[in-house]
Design a protein. Sequence first.
Length: 344
Amino acid sequence: MEFSLFAHMERLSPEQSHEELHAEFVSLCKLADEGGMRAIWTGEHHGMEFTIAPNPFLTIVDLAHQTKRVKLGTGTVVAPFWHPIKLAGEAAMTDLVTGGRLEIGIARGAYSFEYERLMPGLDAWQAGQRLREVAPALRKLWAGDYAHDGEFFQFPATSSSPKPIQPGGPPIWVAARDPNSHEFAVHNGFNVQVTPLWQGDEEITSLMQRFDAACAAHQGPRPKIMLLHHAYVGKDEDDAMAGARLLSRYYCYFGAWFKNDRPVSQGHIEALSEAEIVGTAMMAPEKLRRDLTIGTARDVIDRLKRIEDLGYDEFSLWIDSGMPTEMKKASLQRFIDEVMPAFA
């Protein structure tokens, strides 16, 4: 099993400058590159200080000049916000500028907050349909002289300009959860990204079963599957629980953004009260300590061995957490120094 880092800039209060956040984000990515991780993933989000990532291609080009070997992936672009010609061209240009280090993760998107602002009236079902139209068009546009007549887009014969460096274009990964999404990805020869969020071992196993079922139903090469999961490697059990408490707060805010029912001002959601955080039982620190990849290095190795045994090809350490940067760095360094060698 290989390892990657999933990261964004995340602003917790107006007192933090974006310049400082960017420097901290780059420092984490450099650590991942120097530590031998396979890839860095960063996504697309709009109008949210919780997750600052308005254009992953811009971020990736920046990181290409700050790192040496690591692959650089979109984790993920939000398909409904892109015209296929524009996405194919910008991806190809990014592949060119990065020397062929680009990988493309693509998803339907998750936040109604963003749908309301960029595509009013869009719902999750239509967003999924748009994903199913956009993603397969990318390789055809990279091949060139491709005309399209779909439900959402129609255009005459068009070729991506420039063309990607990588033969056939960058690897494409599709964010999948339900069986139909796995079926779509595998049928098109796309790799698969999955995240169980806070749901634990049962969901991790179920996601792999859905992928396996999709692979069994199709002939041809088996794509790769990546598990995106929050991880924190504590120096001891007390430190691991400190990480779990901060991740509990993070997931309470994640849920609040997902529900889209609280006021937002200057990109910050209205603060949750301590009573609201403590009262959210499904995000309790003790539960997350059990269900996320949290613990000492030995705990994390044991959990990752079980994940590897299920058949996952890659584990992506989701580092967005609301933690101080030094806490993130210490955990990531322990992951690199103490956990990854067990999988060499």
